[in-house]
Write a protein that binds this ligand. Structure first.
Ligand SMILES: NC(=O)C1=CN([C@@H]2O[C@H](COP(=O)(O)OP(=O)(O)OC[C@H]3O[C@@H](n4cnc5c(N)ncnc54)[C@H](OP(=O)(O)O)[C@@H]3O)[C@@H](O)[C@H]2O)C=CC1
Ligand SMILES: O=C1CO[C@H](CO)[C@@H](O)[C@@H]1O
Length: 344
């Protein structure tokens, strides 16, 4: 089968890992890269001498030898760049957050539909051998009826990002869209049988009085259509990268944990423990898990969707839900009350 031809827009900290993952994929090839600055373009040319490199992403989109464009630019640019990609007739892999507001998400969904193109959002944790095993066991009925989910992260502060975009509320959207968005996505995925998320109450604070709008500590309780609920909690005032997910149901419990020196490590420790109501066992996880591994699988998965129609692990509608949950949480932090989640 022909290799799926990828173009990449954005060659920053995470975009470089996308480039690496594309070149490793058995079913894909990296044809071109669009950077923003001359110096980043020069880095891209040196790293990938056979690739077409430009500082104008429109020049990449004008090529007729690309099947899919992978967009890894600061979040406020997602809508503009993604719209141009879809209008150029290419499939799209778009990093999270899908957009920084719901109008952006809706417009991208409409554009993907009208151009009949795939739109995958980069919630790669769904492909994890461990976070995904939790989902598989829930769906197999291990927990009975799922009722409660906690996803929690304790980590070091965010990077600034190119030009400091991650510390600018207008460009990042908010910090809930930056990382807790992954956990809202996992919580909704794990508690899928409980119906759609309805409302969220959240609180947050900043450790820096100079930037009260960017909050280092964040916790939310999200209610589903039935009586199930999820807790998402994160602190950026800690060290290294330590994430847990605990899910319980009418019959049992699952407890997954992941630790690394940082999020993008190839040498993490991780464990999944399962309680069936009688005994606790360690569930073997054969394949390493971590966002670098999941990113590699995501590149392959999107290529498979293009080659053979295999369903995407995270659709545009899933991406929109994640943004909707984060925006409701942000509104709740501001209002101090429970806020409804946009149902689409
Ligand atoms: N799913 C996940 O686990 C992760 C997702 N992300 C998401 O990925 C995105 C990028 O994050 P990250 O790589 O950390 O950010 P960086 O700031 O490290 O990189 C962003 C890059 O985008 C480039 N850029 C800006 N404008 C353009 C443009 N018009 N054309 C081409 N390139 C452009 C910048 O170029 P230049 O260097 O030339 O200025 C920069 O290299 C964000 O949306 C973030 O939320 C990030 C990490 C993990
Ligand atoms: O998963 C992630 C790791 O952290 C990054 C910020 O430092 C996020 O952008 C990203 O979504």
């Amino acid at each position: 089968m022909n290799l799926v031809r990828y173009g990449l827009i954005g060659f920053g900290a995470w975009g470089k890992h996308h480039a690496d993952a594309i070149t490793k994929a058995h079913n894909a090839q990296l044809i071109g890269i669009a950077a923003h600055s001359e110096s980043t373009a020069s880095d891209a040319s040196q790293a990938y001498p056979d690739a077409f490199v430009t500082t104008d992403y429109h020049a990449l989109l004008a090529r007729d030898d690309l099947d899919v464009i992978d967009v890894v630019v600061p979040s406020h640019l997602h809508h503009e760049v993604a719209t141009a990609v879809l209008q150029s007739g290419k499939h799209l892999l778009l990093e999270k957050p899908m957009g920084i507001n719901l109008d952006q998400c809706d417009s991208m969904i409409a554009s993907a539909q009208s151009h009949d193109r795939l739109l995958c959002v980069g919630h790669e944790l769904r492909l994890s051998s461990m976070w995904g095993k939790v989902k598989e066991m829930i769906d197999d009925g291990f927990l009975g009826t799922p009722q409660y989910c906690l996803v929690e992260l304790s980590r070091n502060p965010y990077r600034q990002g190119a030009g400091g975009w991650r510390y600018d509320i207008n460009r990042v959207g908010n910090w809930i869209l930056e990382e807790p968005i992954h956990f809202f996505d996992l919580a909704r995925w794990y508690l899928e049988s409980a119906g759609t998320p309805q409302s969220v109450y959240a609180t947050a604070n900043s450790r820096d009085p100079e930037r009260p709008e960017l909050q280092d500590n964040f916790s939310a309780i999200m209610h589903f259509a039935g009586d199930a609920y999820a807790v998402v909690s994160q602190t950026l005032s800690a060290f290294e990268h330590h994430q847990t997910a605990k899910v319980t149901g009418s019959k049992g419990a699952l407890w997954a944990s992941w630790s690394g020196a940082m999020d993008r490590t190839r040498h993490p420790t991780f464990k999944l423990r399962a309680f069936d109501g009688n005994e606790v066992v360690d569930v073997p996880i054969e394949k390493p898990t971590g966002e670098l591994f999941e990113l590699e699988d995501q590149i392959v998965r999107v290529a498979e969707a293009i080659q053979s129609g295999r369903p995407l692990h995270c659709t545009a509608q899933d991406g929109r839900w994640s943004v909707a949950m984060c925006l409701a949480a942000s509104a709740s932090v501001a209002s101090g009350t429970k806020e409804p989640i946009d149902q689409g």
